[in-house]
Every structure is written in C-alpha cells, then in structure tokens.
Design a protein around this ligand. Structure first.
Ligand SMILES: [Fe+2]
Length: 437
C-alpha cells in the first residue's frame, strides 16, 4: 500500500479520510460528523508566540481518555533518561563502537531501544538522549507515546513503518522521521530486521535553522518535509498503550486500537525528510565552514545560537577548495558530539567507523582525522573530488553526554580507538618547511 504525504515544514495542514469528517470554519462543533470526538493536542503552551505555537485538532472515534485505563508500572531496562550519570566504571575518553548486534530473541522496536548517552535533565525538559534501536518483529497490539520528548529516528538498516494516530509514515535508510512528544504510534518493519539511531529531544522542538547570508534557499528546504495524511483503523480487540513519562514506563490495557483519528488539522504533526534532498553549501575557493553549515534541524535552547540539540549530516558533496586541508579539522568543543554512519565512509576516518557504528566526542575532548586520514589529506592532489555514497550524521548538544552502562559495557566498543591518532608524527623541526619525511 502506498501512503500519501503533504509537503511543507510546520504548515497548517488539514486531512480527512472520510468526506466531510473534518469540520469546516470551526474546531469544536456541537456534534462532529460521523459521531467523532473533537480533541486538541497541544505541543506548546497555549500562549506561546505565534511562530512557536503548535497544536492540532484531532477528530477521532474515541477521545484519548478512553485510550487509557488504569496504569501499571513496567520496566523497559535499556531505555534510560537523563540524569543518568556514573552507573559504569569506564574512564573518560573518546569512544567508538562497531554496530550494535542484531538480536536473536524476538525484539520489537520498543524493546529494541538501547540508550547510549543521556544529557541534561528530563524533569526540566532540557537535553537529550542518544539511542540505538534494533528490531526483528512488528509491534502488533502495543502502542506507545513518549511524554518526555520528540523522537528523531534515523534508520540505518531496514525500512520502518510508523503507524501513528495522525497517519502512517514509511521511512527507509537515508530518510529520517520525527515523532512529536505525546504522539501515539507503533512500529512495523517494512522488509526484515532493522537497526538505526534515535535522538530523544527533551527540549524545544526541532525546527529549521536560520540561513543568515545564505538566503532563502539551500540546506533543508521546507517543501521536502512530508507529513502523512490521516489514517485510522477500527480495531475492537485488546491493545496496550505504553507511556514513557519522566523516564519511567507505564502500561494500560484497552479493548480497541488508539489509532482512530479519522480527520485532523493543525501544525503539530509527525513528518519525514529524505536526506538526499539536503542541498549542501560549502567552500568554493579555500578553507571550509564550520560543520554547522550542514545542520538539517535544530532544537534551540533559551540561549541564542546555543542548541539544545543540532541534527547535522555529512552528505555526498564535492570538495574543491584549494590549498586546504579538506577533511574536518582537529577540534575541541564546548558541544558534545554523538556520530553515526548510515552508509559509506566518513572522510576523516576511512577505517574503523563503519555503517551502523557510533563515535562519541564529548565536551572538550580532542578529535579529528586519524593518522591515515591526515597523511592522505596532507599529500593529496587538490583536484575536485566528489565524496559519494556516504551519509554520516551527528547529534550535537550543549550538554555533556553521559554514557550509559549499556554503552560502556557493549562488546562492540573499540578499546583501541584512541590509537587511531598515535601515528600523527611531530613535524616541527624549527624550519618553515617542517619535516614531511
Ligand atoms: Fe567536532
């Protein structure tokens, strides 16, 4: 089945599955058509400024109060929330992992979420968590919503189908999906086992970065974001709804599906984005801009230019700069960087950082090209070169990213990662030419 989408970022969308099911000219008629219940889902305080005010009106078979009975606490062991410092013995360091192994046991998307880092504080709605997920089976009767933050999902292997209360989104590797805080959804697998990454953003919603002197075009263009049309099921069999709330999990059992929104309108909605539609901007003579030039989405904090989280990609692009060390430079940073690789190679680390892998360069810890990458880039013929078949990304936050015990003890952690810089030789010999032997 092909699912339909509406283009635009943060538009005031409207969609109905049955003719006349969406009220016109008002939000809350005395008796909505088809006997539906009208319900507002607010993603911002009522009084937020117009530019950040987000809400949608949902017209559904039952109101959400009927999608919860009594809650019962349950444990989902590997999904952690901030603050979660120091529950392991691993010393400070630059870290890198090979891909998280696919599970042998039956694992759905929810039970397949494993937290690598947490940052900030879920109670004050600041910071984020970086997760990986693996799954080999569909969520069938289980549904979930996360009160703690929105989820930015980055598939790396296998397509995932998000069946949400506001419509169905199919996301393949190379695309991302953003599920707003509070949205009810379940996850099905399109073509077999899946693996990927998730940024759980506790703070203000992701939005498009300002472009400044770049102007009105390039980077991520609003029209390339896709929001699903309404979709519902009339399923009168036992279902469960699992809620993540301030880091804890609760389950409630109901006798029907909560995916029952027949029509909706508003600007608080899930969306997907194809990373290949990102139009990169870079240096066309020498040097290169800071990696912020590749920001797809930014979640602002209260402080200007200081993101709660930035989602940044390193897409295919031409390298043309003259007399320039072309890979990312050596760096220490107040921000903390969690990186993943969707496909191909990353130019600063041709080996060791593989698709599905992870690296973590935390606040003020030095990083940059490995010895091989430095040698190659320092001696390269500076012809125009296309970096192709590659897609790396970064979840970068203003807060230090605290490692979970799962991440610290994960068997795919590369204990020798630090050695990738060991071959960087002293080239200073007191002469202007240096020692390039
Ligand atoms: Fe960096």
């Amino acid at each position: 089945m092909a699912y339909s989408y509406m283009p635009g970022f943060g538009n005031d969308f409207e969609t109905e599955t049955l003719a006349g099911s969406l009220p016109q000219g008002r939000n809350s008629p005395q008796r909505p058509a088809y006997g539906l219940y009208a319900e507002q889902l607010s993603g911002s305080p009522f009084t937020a400024p117009r530019g950040t005010n987000e809400r949608s009106w949902l017209y559904r078979i039952r109101p959400s109060v009927r999608h919860t009975a009594r809650f019962e606490a349950i444990a989902i062991e590997d999904w952690k929330s901030a603050p979660n410092p120091g529950d392991h013995q691993l010393a400070l360091g630059q870290l890198r992992w090979d891909p998280v192994p696919m599970p042998n046991a039956e694992t759905d998307f929810l039970s397949g979420i494993r937290t690598m880092t947490t940052a900030g504080d879920v109670y004050t709605q600041t910071g984020m968590a970086a997760h990986v997920y693996v799954a080999n089976t569909d969520m069938v009767d289980d549904h979930v919503f996360n009160a703690d933050g929105e989820l930015l999902v980055v598939p790396q292997e296998g397509g995932v189908r998000f069946v949400t209360e506001m419509g169905v989104i199919e996301t393949m590797p190379g695309e991302i999906c953003v599920l707003p805080r509070g949205l009810v959804f379940k996850v099905e697998l399109i073509d077999g086992p899946v693996r990927g990454y998730i940024c759980e953003n506790y703070g203000a919603k992701f939005t498009l970065p300002d472009r400044g002197p770049i102007g009105a075009n390039c980077l991520a263009n609003p029209r390339d974001f896709k929001t699903p049309v309404a979709w519902f099921e009339e399923k009168e069999t036992p279902c469960r709804l699992i809620v993540k709330w301030c880091g804890n999990f609760h389950v409630t059992e109901i006798d029907h599906s909560p995916i029952d929104v027949v029509a909706w309108h508003g600007n608080y909605a899930p969306y997907k984005y194809d990373l290949s539609t990102f139009s990169p901007v870079g240096a066309i003579l020498f040097d290169h801009p800071d990696p912020s030039i590749f920001t797809v989405l930014t979640a602002p904090s209260g402080e200007e230019g200081t993101a709660n989280v930035d989602f940044v990609i390193f897409p295919p692009r031409w390298l043309v700069a003259e007399d320039t060390f072309r890979p990312p430079w050596y760096h220490r940073n107040i921000m903390s960087e969690f990186m993943g690789l969707i496909r191909g190679q990353y130019d600063a680390k041709e080996e060791g950082f593989v698709p599905g892998g992870i690296s973590l360069h935390n606040m003020m810890l030095a990083h940059g090209p490995d010895a091989f990458g430095f040698e190659k880039a320092s001696r390269a013929d500076l012809e125009p070169v296309k970096l192709d078949h590659t897609m790396a990304f970064m979840f970068e936050t203003r807060f230090p990213q605290m490692l979970t015990r799962y991440a610290a003890e994960l068997e795919t952690r590369q204990d020798n990662y630090i050695d990738c810089w060991a071959g960087l030789k002293k080239r200073f010999n007191g002469t202007p030419d240096g020692d390039w032997s």
